[in-house]
Design a protein around this ligand. Structure first.
Ligand code: UGA
Length: 366
């Protein structure tokens, strides 16, 4: 099998690459600008790495030559950082819609199956979030289902939704190509995938505001308070990257069975509020390091406007129905929230534990 992967060195891409190359019959041509996460794989005899942007015309012509020979085009390339959706809306729309248009079109021209990682955010807010306070909610008001749930995004001025809207339009473009020209596709909607190599830890591996778990992990390691946006009431289903990759591999390995469907990929057993996530992370740090100081690591509240700037609005809840995915893919997420957090703490403690200990000792001396 010959597979093209855009964004192959991102968080999802690096884990997918590892698993694809572990299969004896798979060749991968991977595209990315940054190779940091895949350095151990760069010499692999069945990997061709193209360190280039696929947005320039010359590079697109090159990519099309790859795609013409491919059994799959896996399009992961994206900008996925809520802090940038309302502050860099043009970049968000380009990276998540306009730059995908030529990629969808080339898959369609060559009839090559396209696997697109969209986002759980396409659903926006739940129907239940608009119900009067105190009303008992029916399942369809909260459970996100790929076949029936409407997608509820806020007004244009709330630029948080540029990302969801751009991803949704890419999904609609793919579906239109499928309808009009027979493009084979699989659309995956990730529900908060986390694990080793996630995003980057601000202040330790880069600067900026990544997604919530790297924010919290970095804060704990640096001895700063974890910041809970708007009280930490928003709820997410936290999914292990390993379970996520199992689902992607199931689709890639048996395209004849799994094409032309939408997949909610997440673990509903791991639903938590962001406050609970911060509390669980404190326990995981104490458990994995044996250091009781983490049990009362400070948590502080901050408003969405102060944290993200104007135009931020939040998804209230992302709990999904995965019965279709489980039946179709014979896929069952295995990793509990505790197992996921233990793995994350273990991974980052091995890298930054010494500096965390030094900072804690200096604090005590001061
Ligand atoms: C993001 C992307 O926008 C989605 O497209 C993507 O599918 C999703 O991550 C994902 O991980 O799958 P979101 O879950 O809103 O969506 O992003 P996070 O930055 O991880 O925020 C989750 C919640 O934590 C939000 O309520 C946010 O306000 C809160 N948060 C974030 C904090 O309380 N503190 C922080 O330091 C950061």
């Amino acid at each position: 099998m010959n597979i093209i992967v855009t964004g192959c060195a991102g968080f999802i891409g690096s884990h997918l690459l590892e698993r694809l190359l572990a299969q004896p019959d798979v060749r991968v041509t991977g595209w990315d600008l940054d190779d940091r996460r895949i350095i151990p794989l760069l010499d692999h005899p069945r990997l061709t790495f193209r360190q280039a942007s696929y947005t320039e015309p010359a590079a697109l012509a090159w990519l099309e030559q790859d795609v013409a020979q491919a059994d799959w085009l896996v399009h992961l390339g994206a900008v996925c950082q809520p802090a940038r959706y309302n502050t860099e809306p043009l970049l968000t729309i380009h990276a998540n819609f306009l730059d995908s248009v030529p990629i969808v079109e080339m898959a369609s021209r060559h009839g090559v199956p396209l696997l697109f990682t969209s986002t759980s955010e396409v659903y926006g807010r739940t129907l239940g979030s608009y119900a009067p306070a105190g009303q008992v909610l029916a399942p369809h008001q909260t459970l996100l289902d790929a076949a029936t749930t409407p997608m509820l995004l806020g007004p244009i001025q709330h630029q948080r939704w540029t990302y969801a809207c751009a991803k949704q339009l890419t999904e609609r473009l793919i579906y239109a190509h499928h309808h009009d020209r027979g493009l084979p596709f699989a659309i995956v909607r990730p529900f908060n995938f986390f694990g080793p190599r996630m995003d980057y830890l601000p202040g330790l591996e880069g600067e900026g505001t990544p997604r919530v778990l790297p924010m919290f992990v970095s804060a704990v390691l640096r001895g700063e308070p974890m910041q809970l946006v708007d009280g930490g009431h928003a709820r997410r289903t936290i999914t292990s990257i390993h379970d996520a990759i199992d689902a992607l591999m199931a689709i890639i390995e048996r395209p004849q069975a799994f094409l032309n469907h939408f997949y909610n990929i997440g673990n509903p057993a791991n639903e938590v509020s962001m406050r609970e996530l911060a509390e669980q992370l404190r326990l995981a740090f104490a458990r994995m390091t044996g250091e009781a100081r983490f049990l009362d690591h400070p948590i502080e509240e901050v408003s969405g406007g102060a944290f993200y700037g104007p135009g931020y609005e939040d998804c209230d809840r992302r709990i999904m129905d995965i019965t279709q995915e489980q039946a179709r893919l014979a896929w069952f997420p295995q990793h509990s929230l505790q197992a996921l957090l233990d793995e994350v703490v273990d991974y980052y403690w091995a890298r930054f534990g010494d500096s965390s200990r030094r900072a804690a000792t200096e604090d005590v001396r001061a």
